[in-house]
Ligand binder design. Sequence first.
Ligand code: 3PG
Length: 200
Amino acid sequence: MDIIEKIHELKVVPVVVLNSVDEVEDKIGGLVEGKLPVAEITFRTACAAEAIKKSIELYPDALIGAGTVINAKQCEAAIKAGAKFIVSPGFADDVDLVCKAHDIPYLPGIATPTEIIHAISLGHKIIKFFPASIYGGLKAIKSLAAVFPDVKFLPTGGINEDTYLEYLAFDKIIAVGGSWMTKGSHEEIVAKCLQIHEGK
Ligand code: 3PG
């Protein structure tokens, strides 16, 4: 299945910050056990590439991507580690080029119409709306979707268990991203993911 279709099917993309590869089993394992086998492992920590590699080794059926990728070097490292998709908080032209060269889906972050026009001009139809709750939430997405009918959104930032279903109810939203289910112990992660699995 196409990666974007898979993200659409999973509906929720956990944003994971790992401080050490030793956390892979607790965190990524928790997502898998909670029937939410997908993760955006962020390049906010030095172990990101190694954590992506280990996650894929341990959970080959999970959809593992890279997040907070802000330059070509990180993007190359993420793809080399096996990342299946790349996410940025903004639009990074050099990351876009690397993804296109490797034929890997790139979900750039946008918050304004000008950024959407830039993304469309480079062939993008699916964008991460970030930080969603600060930049107007669902109301803002509905306004943007009315102007850009061919664009679909992956809102992320400030979304939680109380708000994600409201976002998912809008058909221009392919999935939501967030870290709310990645916090706490392994057991807590499993429980929150199972709740998502039952709720969507
Ligand atoms: C991201 O990188 O997409 C955000 O940190 C996720 O936002 P959240 O932590 O508010 O869910």
